[in-house]
Design a protein around this ligand. Structure first.
Ligand SMILES: NC(=O)c1ccc[n+]([C@@H]2O[C@H](COP(=O)([O-])OP(=O)(O)OC[C@H]3O[C@@H](n4cnc5c(N)ncnc54)[C@H](OP(=O)(O)O)[C@@H]3O)[C@@H](O)[C@H]2O)c1
Length: 247
């Protein structure tokens, strides 16, 4: 119960990495605020956490809307008294070549993967800075370190998350706030289901299915490792690939 008394807010806790992370953080005793747009999935996550005997607060919200990010963080603090851990996990990966792109996909990726991280971080810092305590975990990707044709805008967003995270770390470390970037390789989740470019979708599915992919549990354990270190230890970056993934 290493997180007893702490409050963690996890965005994108309705499926995949975020859902398992929320459950694992609760398993360590944290009060967990689970966020996402799909109400039925929020209820599912909430039921799994409640069955562990941990406190859970579901909040239906869209990270692309600043007011909803502000309100979610404020509600977390109202309910549990603090926000100690923010896991910026919500994301979309809408792969496809630049010249054939539906530019709405670009807006969704930038708004979710970049602006969502910025809004939630900004909201959480309002409480973490005066408290002189906190931990912000940003879920990036190997796509934040390795560029691939067909992933340009996803690369752009995750590159942005990495750059932002390091600037943030330099700004807040003196306030006893930790910043961790987690960069998974291919994980078996719903992420690829939303790709609108059919060739790009088939290509990434074929690559993913040719190897033993990471599970959400594999990545959640990395997040748990970073968040359960003593407060003087700041795990800045965790890069985690399936053994069979080359790039
Ligand atoms: N799977 C991989 O191979 C992989 C690899 C590296 C990095 N990642 C990163 O890991 C993170 C989690 O992805 P995943 O693989 O677990 O995929 P996932 O199962 O599709 O989960 C994505 C989560 O993000 C939420 N979300 C999306 N748009 C949102 C919005 N506008 N507002 C609020 N929540 C939103 C979804 O919830 P709702 O739809 O209910 O809102 C869902 O809970 C992402 O940042 C992704 O880029 C994944």
């Amino acid at each position: 119960m290493q997180l007893k008394g702490k409050t963690a807010l996890v965005t994108g806790a309705t499926s995949g990495i975020g859902q398992v992370t929320a459950i694992m953080l609760a398993g360590e005793g944290a009060n967990v605020v689970v966020c996402g747009r799909r109400e039925d999935r929020l209820q599912q996550t909430m039921a799994s956490i409640a069955s562990l005997g941990s406190s859970v607060l579901p909040i239906q919200m869209d990270v692309t809307r600043e007011a909803e990010c502000d309100a979610a963080v404020a509600k977390a603090v109202d309910t549990f008294g603090s926000i100690d851990i923010l896991v910026n996990n919500a994301g979309v990966m809408l792969l496809g070549p630049i010249h054939e792109a539906d530019t709405e996909d670009w807006r969704r990726m930038v708004d979710t993967n970049v602006m969502g991280v910025l809004y939630c971080t900004h909201a959480a810092l309002r409480y973490m800075m005066p408290a002189k305590s906190g931990h912000i975990v940003n879920i990036s990707s190997t796509a934040g370190r390795t560029v691939r044709a067909g992933a340009g805008i996803y690369n752009l967003t995750k590159w942005g998350v990495n750059a932002f995270s390091e600037a943030l770390r330099q700004e807040v470390h003196a306030h006893n706030i930790r910043v961790t970037i987690v960069e998974p390789g291919i994980v078996a989740t719903e992420l690829r289901d939303h790709i609108t470019h059919q060739q790009a979708k088939s290509a990434i599915e074929a690559t993913a299915n040719s190897i033993t992919q990471l599970t959400s549990e594999d990545v959640a354990r990395a997040i748990l490792y970073a968040t359960t270190q003593p407060s003087h230890v700041n795990v800045n970056e965790i890069l985690i690939r399936p053994t069979e993934q080359a790039m």
